[in-house]
Design a protein around this ligand. Structure first.
Ligand code: ATP
Ligand code: MG
Length: 434
C-alpha cells in the first residue's frame, strides 16, 4: 500500500507512519550529508530531514538544486520532535519534484519595502505572517456568521450594483449600465437590510462595499467587506447590546481557535482577553470634552478624525461606544434623539489600543415625515428613495442596525499597523493590481 497524502496540520495523527506531504519548499538549510527542507502546504509548516544515507544519490542531488518555492511531494516518516514548532518532523524517504522554478524567488530573506511586497501580493500571501492573518480573517467571518445564525438571524444578501444610492452621491463608484444610465457600486447594504428586516425580523447582509473617498489613511480601503445586521423592534440600547455581544463572541472564538496564529503575529492577547460585555459608553458631548482636555483641537459639532479616535481609545482598556453624535455629521436615516433635536440615536464602536472605529450603528428614523424632510435637507434624489420610504408607509417599525468592517476588526485582533494586510488583495486609491 502506498503512503497516504496527509495535510501537515494532521501529521500528529500519523506518528511513526510513512505519509506523503504535498506542498512548497519555503526554506532550506544543508550540511554536506543532510538537507533540512522547510515545507508548507497551507495547513501548516513542517521540517523534512533528508539524510544522504537514506535515499538514492540522485534524489539527494535533486534536493540540493531546489530553489525556494519549488513544489514537491515528499514521502517520509512522521517523528515527534520537541524542538520543532509544530512538535513533529518528517524523516524523508522519497522526494518527487513537481516544479523547480527557473528563477530565484523574488521575496527573499532581506527586508523588502511595502510597495515591493504589495506589487508581489500574489506571492507575499505565501508567508507565514500572511497565512496567520488570513486564518484569523476566516475565523472572524466564521464566528460572526455562526453567532448570528445561532441567534436566529437570516442572511439576506444585498445587491452590489445599485440604482439608488447609499448615503449620498459623494464617494460612489459609477458603472455604465445599459439603457438605465448609471449604476453605482454599493457603499452599504443597509437600506436593503431594512427592507428584509421588515420581511424577516432579524437579518444581516455580508459582502463587499465600495467607497471612492480619497482617504489615504491606515484604516481605509476603497473595497472592504461589511457585515450589517438589522433588527426589527430593536432600539438604540438593544442595538449596542447586540454589538458588544457579537464583538465579544468573535474575539473569544478567535482566541480559542487561532492561538497559534496570534503567536505567529506576536500579538499581545491580554487586551483581547478582557473583551467582554459591557463595553464602555461615552456620549459625543463628553467625548469632545475629553479630547479637548487631552489637547485635541476638535471643535464641538464636527466628526472625529482618525487622530481623535486614536487618542480617545487609548483612554480605555476595552472597546468604547461613542453615542449620540450631532445630526449634521451623520447619515440622513438615523433617528432623531427624543430630547435633543440636534442629535441622533447612533453609536460608533471604537476598538482600543488606538485602532478606532470598527462599527457604525444607529436606530433608524421610522417617522415618514421626518425621514422625508431629512432626504430633502441633504438634497438627495427623492425618486431613488421612494421604495425606502415605503418601509415607513406600510407598517413602520422601530428598528436598528449597524455596519461592522471586517478588515478593521481583523486589523485590531491581529494588531496590524495597516489595514491593507487584512484582505487578500487590497484595493486602495493607488492600487488596483494584483
Ligand atoms: P470612517 O469615519 O472611519 O471613515 P465611516 O463612518 O465612513 O468610517 P461607516 O459608513 O459607519 O464608516 O461604515 C461602517 C463600518 O465600515 C466602519 O465602522 C468601518 O468598520 C468600516 N469602514 C468604513 N469605511 C471603510 C473603509 N474605507 N475601509 C475599511 N473599512 C471601512
Ligand atoms: Mg461610521
Amino acid at each position: 500500500m502506498s503512503a497516504p497524502w496527509v495535510e501537515i496540520k494532521n501529521l500528529f495523527r500519523h506518528e511513526g507512519r510513512e505519509v506523503v506531504v504535498k506542498g512548497w519548499m519555503y526554506n532550506k538549510r544543508s550540511s554536506g550529508k543532510i538537507h533540512f527542507l522547510q515545507l508548507r502546504d497551507g495547513s501548516g509548516f513542517i521540517q523534512a530531514v533528508m539524510a544522504k544515507s537514506d535515499i538514492p544519490e540522485e534524489t539527494f542531488l535533486e534536493a540540493k538544486g531546489l530553489w525556494l518555492e519549488a513544489s514537491v511531494e515528499v514521502t517520509g516518516i512522521v517523528r515527534k520532535d520537541e524542538r520543532a514548532p509544530s512538535g513533529y518532523e518528517l524523516t524523508v524517504t522519497d522526494l518527487k519534484v513537481i516544479h523547480n522554478p527557473e528563477h530565484e524567488y523574488p521575496i527573499g530573506k532581506k527586508e523588502h519595502g511595502i510597495d515591493f511586497l504589495l506589487d508581489n501580493r500574489h506571492l507575499w500571501l505565501r508567508s507565514q505572517r500572511q497565512r496567520a492573518i488570513m486564518k484569523v480573517r476566516d475565523q472572524v467571518i466564521w464566528a460572526a456568521r455562526e453567532y448570528l445564525h445561532n441567534e436566529g438571524f437570516l442572511l439576506t444578501d444585498s445587491p452590489i450594483l445599485t440604482g439608488s444610492i447609499g448615503e449620498g452621491a459623494s464617494g460612489l463608484f459609477e458603472v455604465p449600465y445599459f439603457d438605465e444610465g448609471k449604476a453605482y457600486l454599493a457603499q452599504t447594504g443597509q437600506l436593503y437590510a431594512e427592507a428584509t428586516a421588515a420581511a424577516f425580523g432579524k437579518v444581516y447582509t455580508f459582502g463587499p462595499t465600495f467607497r471612492a473617498e480619497k482617504s489615504k489613511t491606515r484604516r481605509h480601503l476603497t473595497e472592504f467587506w461589511m457585515l450589517e445586521p438589522e433588527v426589527a423592534f430593536y432600539d438604540h440600547e438593544d442595538n449596542m447590546r447586540l454589538q458588544e455581544n457579537l464583538v465579544s463572541a468573535i474575539v473569544k472564538n478567535v482566541l480559542e481557535h487561532c492561538g497559534r496564529e496570534l503567536k505567529d503575529l506576536e500579538r499581545d492577547t491580554s487586551v483581547l482577553e478582557r473583551v467582554e460585555p459591557p463595553f464602555y459608553r461615552i456620549t459625543y458631548d463628553d467625548a469632545v470634552k475629553m479630547l479637548q482636555g487631552l489637547g485635541s483641537p476638535i471643535e464641538y459639532g464636527t466628526d472625529f478624525g482618525g487622530d481623535d479616535e486614536t487618542i480617545l481609545t487609548r483612554q480605555f482598556d476595552k472597546p468604547v461606544f461613542v453615542e449620540c453624535y450631532p445630526k449634521k455629521v451623520k447619515a440622513f436615516y438615523m433617528k432623531q434623539h427624543p430630547e435633543r433635536e440636534d442629535l441622533v440615536l447612533c453609536d460608533d464602536l471604537l476598538a482600543p489600543e488606538g485602532y478606532g472605529e470598527i462599527i457604525g450603528g444607529s436606530q433608524r428614523e421610522d417617522d415618514l415625515d421626518l425621514l422625508f424632510s431629512r432626504i430633502r435637507e441633504e438634497g438627495l434624489p427623492e425618486e431613488s428613495y421612494d421604495w425606502y420610504l415605503d418601509l415607513r408607509r406600510y407598517g413602520t417599525f422601530i428598528h436598528s442596525g449597524f455596519g461592522l468592517g471586517i478588515e478593521r476588526l481583523v486589523s485590531w485582533i491581529c494588531g496590524l499597523h495597516h489595514i491593507r494586510e487584512a484582505i487578500p488583495f487590497p484595493r486602495t486609491i493607488y492600487r488596483l493590481n494584483p
